[in-house]
Design a binder for this molecule. Sequence first.
Ligand SMILES: *Cc1c(COP(=O)(O)O)cnc(C)c1O
Length: 380
Amino acid sequence: MQKLAKDTLTARGADYFEPRTGAVSVPIFQSATFRHPGQGQSTGFDYSRCANPTRTAVENTLALLEGGRYGLAFASGMGAISALVKIFKPGSHIIVSEDLYGGTYRLFTRYYEMYGFSFSYIDTSDFSCIESAYTTKTKALFIETPSNPMMKVTDIQRCADFIHSKGGILITDNTFSTPCFQNPLALGSDIVVHSGTKYLEGHNDTLSGFLVHSHDEYEQELRDAQMSEGAVLSPFDSWLTLRGIKTLSVRMEKHEANARAAAHWLRQHPKVEKVFYTGFSDHPQYELSRKQTRGDSGMVSFYVKETAFIRSILERVKLVLFAESLGGVESLITYPWEQTHTSIPEEMRLRAGVTTRLLRFSAGIENADDIIADLEQAMA
Ligand SMILES: *Cc1c(COP(=O)(O)O)cnc(C)c1O
């Protein structure tokens, strides 16, 4: 068949239909175990912690969308990241974007430091910081781009070239851009991480996490970690994620258009000091962003002029919901200082720009004028 475009791939996934019945929606194989045809024989499925057909379908779809050979599905983004650390030995040092999802920071510092790993949190959008953080123990670079919540953009290709020249690997959290807008593997990244809870599933109703890569040498280790730890995506949640992905490319267009409208509107608001949005031509890494991504996702962060405004905005929004998370059809507003990033030490939050005046907005797919009217009344 011809090479298919991204919107075809998202709409159809890896499995066009189920071969036995012709069902056009992959069935939910709600089975914990599978009958063996005979001694020493397997259908390819034995026990659902190891593999389940619905999960395999979503894993193959993610691999297809990211252009990787292998996809692994987990019960959450954190489950995926935790399994990923198992390819490294204690004593390994990992350089991490300082401006990242708070849960990733908590997992690394609170747990993996205890097991002998070390992490340096730096501004990866500034390449000189990466070079200075590198040590002979560094085995990987873990980046989020655009970063959460400050929308800093890190040069994926340059990071890949650097860490490969040192024998390490590049891991990219692609949650914000999704495979519709950015393909880190094509830019040299070794492993892509997703919180599928966000745009991929897209309806604020299901948790999931993914790893995608093309390294034969890591595949068995990652599968073993997935199976041994057991944070696997359930058949039903695999199906929900498959269903969400079918509309991913149309949703991303609307998320992007709504975020663009909100970003421009916020920028001229008298109570707003600064807006962080990758689609502004004066964003510090705008050129890089045009080069490595095809869209701006639905995320916008902004500083209000006074901390005192925060409470009234959060309590007065009606259509926009004050809640954690992002990437769903409903517009959400989050206060990173007290929510997503609260487990990061205060001094590090402030260094990254996550202050008491920062709000993060996830544009849903409602009508842009309705979203702005709601923000307008909440900020009046
Ligand atoms: C939400 C999120 C995670 C964690 O994913 P969960 O599905 O909540 O476990 C990781 N990285 C980023 C960028 C996220 O937004």
